[in-house]
Design a protein around this ligand. Structure first.
Ligand code: COA
Length: 386
């Protein structure tokens, strides 16, 4: 297997992008990545996108996007694993380059979610839950995560305030991110008293509905050392991918994300690293409770301690384990297929020392964790700057 590096990254401003189509926002992010890498051609492309058919009526996405990108009849593949589609596309690109099949691979992610009304978007998202046993009976993702939150609160003493503190922290970080959808400061009271969506989760506990795209360029590490003159080189050191039952009722424990635990074990083993070696992480905070459970599942904190770690400030930009310096899904936004790729955009920016006002002091090794549905799939990747 060849070592793999990232030589280009691109993104666009996320939000409600009424004057741009899905193909516009994808091409914008992909061209930014190609420009950043200073390359003339790409050999293959992977695109993470969860439900373009439901959101904008467009399937056969990979051919459409490579055509509009103008890079010729290269092999292109759309990758789908619900909200983990972007993370899975990263893994497919990694396998492609590591295997020697292709040298320069563009991995992008995109979702345009605001062209349909809120109820249709909620139904489209709910198609990533167990449609017979969950969605059919009316539960949507805020409801599913509310069950997980309630169980975590009852078992470990996690409080309403802990949930709010996750949102406050991520919005504070998002204020420093020019690409973020919601650049606004929040207080604990504002989050705790925002409109109830599914008790105990409130509006400001939820990631929003977002239009956006992100892209990265991968190549063999040896090639990156020769062609990448303007940036520090970031190596992809570990990759893990695991699945779990989609339906919550099939799981032994609502407060544990087994797919994330297993994916993290694989990634740590491949990179010969452990949680203590990681300086910061971008994780899938689709709801405030998910960031708390994920931080435990990745081994950053003991089981049940995730909420109290946020309270102690350990996950803030100046804490000992900064989580979601980009603002996370909560503030940056969550265009589902793009999220896993945008996490890589953020860690590469940080590892290069290019993250502007939200730059972390000690950014040498990073982790990205991207999750489908309520944890039916998880991807964990580890990154090191050379
Ligand atoms: N965070 C912060 N503000 C939000 C927000 C969010 N998540 N969602 C909406 N808002 C704001 C809007 O900008 C709007 O503000 P305005 O009145 O100043 O314009 C206001 O809240 C109402 O927005 P609206 O779009 O009408 O809200 P909604 O009730 O239709 O949707 C949610 C709110 C939380 C239900 C929706 O964002 C949602 O479903 N989020 C979860 C998405 C999801 O499940 N993703 C997959 C995860 S697995």
């Amino acid at each position: 297997m060849r070592d793999v590096a990232i030589i280009g990254i691109g993104i666009n401003k996320w939000g409600e992008l009424w004057n741009k189509s899905l193909r516009d926002i994808y091409v914008e992010a992909a061209l930014n990545a190609i420009d950043d890498a200073k390359i003339e051609k790409i050999d293959a492309m992977y695109v993470g996108s969860m439900a373009p058919g439901l959101f904008v009526g467009q399937e056969h996405l990979s051919s459409l996007l490579s055509d509009y990108l103008g890079h010729g009849p290269i092999p292109t593949t759309r990758v789908e694993s619900a909200c983990a589609s972007g993370g899975l596309a990263i893994r497919q690109g990694f396998i492609d380059v590591a295997s020697g099949m292709n040298d320069i691979v563009l991995v992008g992610g995109v979702e345009k979610m605001n062209d349909v009304d809120g109820a249709t978007a909620t139904d489209a998202l709910a198609s990533a839950s167990d449609s017979e046993w969950e969605a059919f009976h009316g539960i949507t993702f805020p409801g599913i995560y509310a069950l997980m939150a309630r169980a975590h609160m009852m078992r470990y003493g996690t409080t309403r305030t802990h949930l709010s503190q996750v949102a406050v922290k991520n919005h504070e970080n998002g204020l420093l991110n020019p690409h973020a959808q919601f650049q606004m400061k929040l207080t604990v009271d504002q989050v705790s008293n925002s409109a109830k969506v599914a008790d105990p989760l409130r509006l400001l506990d939820c990631s929003p509905v977002t239009d956006g795209a992100a892209a990265v360029i991968m190549c063999p590490l040896d090639m990156a050392k020769k062609i990448s003159k303007n940036h520090a080189i970031v190596k992809l050191s570990g990759s893990g991918h695991a699945t779990d039952s989609i339906a919550l009722h099939s799981r032994a424990d609502l407060t544990t994300l087994n797919s994330t635990i297993l994916a993290a074990q694989q990634a740590y083993k491949m990179a010969k690293l452990g949680p203590k070696d990681i300086n910061f992480a971008e994780v899938h905070d689709c709801f405030t409770i998910s960031e708390i459970i994920i931080s435990e599942s990745l081994g950053f904190f003991e089981k049940g301690e995730g909420g109290r770690a946020v309270e102690r400030g350990e996950t803030s930009l100046s804490g000992k384990m900064p989580i979601n310096p980009s603002g996370g899904l909560k503030s940056k936004g969550h265009p589902v297929g793009a999220t896993g790729v945008a996490q890589v955009y953020e860690v590469v920016s940080q590892l290069r020392g290019d993250a502007g006002k939200r730059q972390l002091k000690n950014a040498k090794r990073a982790l990205t964790q991207n999750m489908g549905g309520s944890g039916g799939s998880s991807l964990v990747h580890l990154w090191e700057v050379l």
